[in-house]
Design a protein around this ligand. Structure first.
Ligand code: MTE
Ligand code: MO
Length: 385
């Protein structure tokens, strides 16, 4: 594998693995703005970043169980109606390091910033599939439970040098409301190489692993994608499963991510002045569920109060009100607390619009791959005058 032509990256990113390149922004940088600048957006790769040199020769193949397979140029994709969808992409491995500190797990270590919120611009997958004769809102019954597989042009060792792939159910792919995009823009700029130039999938509300970058081919298949990252990775196992007794076939590939939140304004073990302290961070849920509430504690979870939530400044955030909020996007939260005690255990947990809550204890959701650590996020601070 060839890492000699990697793109430039912002020097402030914390590098968790160099080859393949995996990096996240600092906690402070992550919440500087509601829309994450491309420079500060986490980068998660399984191989070298491919190069598409000549965009005029790039084409996307759409084939499989369709009436008329086609090849689309970038120019043809750009002719389709363009949508801008604000969506948070979160890696299933976000917060893995904290899980591994309790009991070792396998995988790239991430702090709390393996996510970002961007405005993705592109064509809807439902419009693209109409071009091959697959109509919108194809139900599970009428499709016979088919799937849409996304195949990349990158090469990764987990696929024995083959491309990264993933799939979503055809019923989700053909649903315009699911907002599955073939994105060629990120925050109004041409998608850069790290994030999938020239074209990537964005599956809102679903773990980042399904949003395939550097898209080469879309194929309609009978069964879900049999690739490594669908079948031998990114599955949530119970704490009792270890590397000796694991049977990958017993679990389904993880799709939606659960409710998550974390404090970004503080670290373990910051020294703060007694008095007013700002507690700020993000909360997000999968599946288009909004954030109903963010609870903050400064006594380790004995007593709680509610933080304020916001997306766009000046617009009140009302979860599940599509007209005023971005349903696929995180909320930022903020609370000003009065810290007097010498040692404070500051905690955050969020509640989503289906009343799902985060588990208190990380070991209750421990799994050998260290995915979906959504346990209450703690920061321990000391206050001295
Ligand atoms: N697509 C390809 N082709 N190759 C990859 O390694 N990584 C996936 C997904 N799509 C990956 C991919 C994972 S695990 C995540 S979390 C997201 O891309 C990360 O997207 P980002 O690097 O744009 O933040
Ligand atoms: Mo990921």
């Amino acid at each position: 594998s060839d890492y000699s032509r990697e793109p430039p990256r912002h020097p402030s990113l914390k590098i968790n693995a160099k080859e393949p390149f995996n990096a996240e922004p600092t906690r402070q940088d992550l919440i500087l703005s509601y829309i994450t600048p491309v420079d500060y957006f986490y980068k998660r790769n399984h191989g070298p970043i491919p190069i598409v040199e000549d965009i005029d020769r790039y084409s996307l193949a759409i084939d499989g169980l369709v009436e008329k397979p086609i090849q689309l140029s970038m120019a043809q994709i750009r002719l389709l109606p363009k949508y801008n969808v604000t969506a948070t992409l979160q890696c299933a491995g976000n917060r893995r390091t904290a899980m591994s500190q309790q009991l070792k797990v396998r995988g790239v270590g991430w702090d709390i910033s393996a996510l970002g919120n961007a405005v993705w611009g592109g064509a809807k997958l439902s419009d693209v599939l109409e071009l091959v004769g697959v109509s919108k809102l194809t139900s599970v019954t009428s499709s016979g439970g088919k799937h849409v597989e996304f195949i990349s042009i990158d090469k990764c060792k987990e696929e024995k040098g083959g491309p990264y792939k993933a799939s979503v159910p055809l019923s989700q792919a053909t649903n315009p409301e699911a907002d599955v995009l073939l994105a060629y823009e990120m925050n109004g700029e041409i998608l850069n190489r790290d994030h999938g130039y020239p074209l990537r999938v964005v599956v809102p509300g679903v773990i980042g692993a399904r949003s395939v970058k550097w898209l080469d081919r879309i194929t309609i298949i009978e069964q879900e994608c049999q690739g490594f990252f669908m079948q031998k990775d990114y599955k949530m196992f119970p704490p009792s499963v270890n590397w000796d007794n694991i049977d990958w076939s017993t679990r389904r590939p993880q799709m939606d991510f659960p409710v998550q939140s974390a404090i970004c304004s503080l670290h373990d073990v910051d020294i703060v002045k007694p008095g007013k302290v700002r507690i700020a961070g993000y909360a997000v849920s999968g599946g288009g569920r909004g954030i109903e509430r963010v609870d903050v504690s400064i006594d380790g979870g004995k007593t709680w109060f509610e933080a304020s939530r916001y997306q766009k400044t000046g617009v009140p955030y009302v979860s599940d009100d599509d007209s005023s909020c971005d349903k696929w996007a995180w909320v930022l939260f903020e609370a000003i607390v009065n810290l007097q005690s010498e040692n404070a255990d500051i905690v955050v947990k969020a509640v989503d619009s289906s009343a799902n809550v985060q588990p208190e204890n990380v070991m209750s959701i421990w799994n050998l791959r260290g995915i979906l650590n959504t346990s209450w996020h703690h920061v321990y601070v000391r206050s001295t005058a």
